[in-house]
Write a protein that binds this ligand. Structure first.
Ligand code: UT7
Length: 328
C-alpha cells in the first residue's frame, strides 16, 4: 500500500513593513472604508527595497525545515509557486536552492496564479507518494508590490507580499493529503494577467510606457463571481473524492482574495466563523503565499491541531482552481 504524504513542517516569512489603508489614502483616490467594506483588508505587508521573492521563500522554508527536523541536504525537491519570480529565467526555486544550500534538491517553479500553492502541493506530493523522494519543499512566495501599478486603485489596494512553506514527507496512509481536485479554464486567461514581458509582447519602451508590465484584472466583478462559484464546487469535489462530507471538516483554509468571497464559501459549507481561517485583514491577497501563511498562523496559535481535517482551497489567474483535503 502506498504511504500517505503529509505536511511535516510549516513556516512563513512576512516583511516587517506594514502599509495601512490610511497610508494608501494619502496618495490614491481611495478610502479605508471602501477597501475594508469591499475586501476586508485593513493593511498589508510590503517587502523592503532589495528583498526579493527567493529571500522570503528561503526564510519561510528554513522555518518549515526546522519544524520538520530536517537539514537542507535532506530536501530532494524544491517547488516554488509564484506569480512574481525573481526573474523570468531561471526558476526562482533555483535561487532558493542556492540560498538554502539544498545540494541534493531538484528545483522548479509552478505558475498557477493564486492557486499556485495548491498546484505545488499536489505536484510535490506525487513524488513522495511514489517513493521517488522523501522530503519535498513546497513554497508559495510573492513580492506582488513590484508588479503593481501604484496609481491603479482598482488593483494596488488588494495585494501584499509574503511567503509560506511546507515540508512534505511520508506519514501514515490514513493521514496527510487525502484527496485533491485541480482545474483550469484558459479561455479566461486574459482576465488576470501581465500583458507584456513574455514572447507575445516582449518588453519594450512602448510596453513600459503603457504600463503593460503591471498586473491587470479585466473585471474584478467577474473574477469575484467565478471565485464564489468555483470555491464551493472544487471543495465539494475534493471532499467527494475523499469520501467525506462537509460535516467532517474541522477547518476551511481558503485563498485570501476577498473577505466576501471567503464568507460565501463558509456559508455554503455551513461552517461557523471560527472554523474558517481568515487573515486577509492583515495581509491582503498574497496570491500563492496566502494559504500556507494562513495555515501556519492557525498551527502556531493552536487552533489547528494534528488530526484535524482541513480543506485548502484556492483560485486565481489562468484561470485556475484547486482544493486539497488534508488530515493535518
Ligand atoms: O486572487 C484572485 C484574483 N482576484 C480576486 O479574486 C478579486 C475578486 N474581485 C474582488 O474582490 C472585487 O471585485 C473587487 C474588490 C476587486 C472590487 O469590488 P466590487 O464590489 O466588485 O467593485 P467594482 O469593481 O464593481 O467597483 C465599484 C466602484 C467603481 O466605481 P463606479 O464605476 O461604480 O463609480 C470603481 O471605480 O468602486 C470603484 N473603485 C474604488 N473606489 C475606491 C475601485 N477600486 C477602488 C478603490 N477605492 N480602491
Amino acid at each position: 500500500m502506498a504511504p500517505g504524504v503529509g505536511i511535516i513542517g510549516i513556516g512563513s516569512a512576512l516583511p516587517a513593513k506594514v502599509v495601512t489603508n490610511f497610508d494608501l489614502e494619502k496618495f490614491l483616490d481611495t478610502s479605508d472604508e471602501w477597501i475594508r467594506t469591499r475586501t476586508g483588508i485593513s493593511e498589508r505587508r510590503i517587502a523592503e527595497e532589495g528583498v526579493i521573492t527567493s529571500d522570503l521563500a528561503a526564510r519561510a522554508a528554513e522555518k518549515a525545515m526546522a519544524e520538520a527536523g530536517i537539514t537542507a541536504d535532506q530536501v530532494e525537491m524544491i517547488i516554488v509557486a509564484t506569480a512574481t519570480p525573481d526573474a523570468p529565467l531561471p526558476a526562482t526555486a533555483c535561487y532558493v536552492q542556492a540560498k538554502l544550500g539544498a545540494v541534493n534538491a531538484a528545483a522548479l517553479d509552478v505558475a498557477a496564479g493564486c492557486t499556485g500553492f495548491i498546484y505545488g502541493l499536489v505536484v510535490g506530493s506525487q513524488f513522495v507518494r511514489s517513493g521517488a523522494y522523501r522530503h519535498v519543499l513546497v513554497i508559495g512566495a510573492e513580492v506582488l508590490s513590484r508588479i503593481l501599478d501604484w496609481t491603479d486603485r482598482s488593483m494596488c489596494v488588494l495585494f501584499g507580499d509574503g511567503a509560506g512553506a511546507v515540508v512534505l514527507g511520508p506519514v501514515d496512509e490514513d493521514s496527510g493529503i487525502l484527496s485533491f481536485k485541480l482545474g483550469s479554464d484558459g479561455h479566461m486567461a486574459d482576465m488576470l494577467a501581465i500583458p507584456a514581458g513574455g514572447v507575445r509582447r516582449p518588453a519594450s519602451l512602448e510596453t513600459v510606457k503603457a504600463g503593460l508590465h503591471y498586473a491587470r484584472m479585466l473585471s474584478g466583478n467577474e473574477t469575484f463571481k467565478f471565485a464564489v462559484r468555483v470555491m464551493g464546487e472544487v471543495t465539494q469535489q475534493a471532499l467527494d473524492a475523499a469520501g467525506l462530507t462537509r460535516e467532517d471538516l474541522d477547518f476551511l483554509i481558503p485563498h485570501q482574495a476577498n473577505w466576501r468571497i471567503i464568507d460565501a464559501a463558509r456559508k455554503r459549507f455551513c461552517l461557523p466563523e471560527e472554523r474558517v481561517v481568515v487573515n486577509i485583514n492583515r495581509y491582503g491577497n498574497m496570491s500563492s503565499a496566502s494559504i500556507p501563511v494562513a495555515m501556519e498562523e492557525a498551527v502556531r496559535d493552536g487552533r489547528l491541531k494534528r488530526g484535524d481535517l482541513v480543506a485548502l482551497v484556492g483560485f486565481g489567474a489562468g484561470l485556475t482552481w484547486g482544493a486539497a483535503i488534508v488530515r493535518y
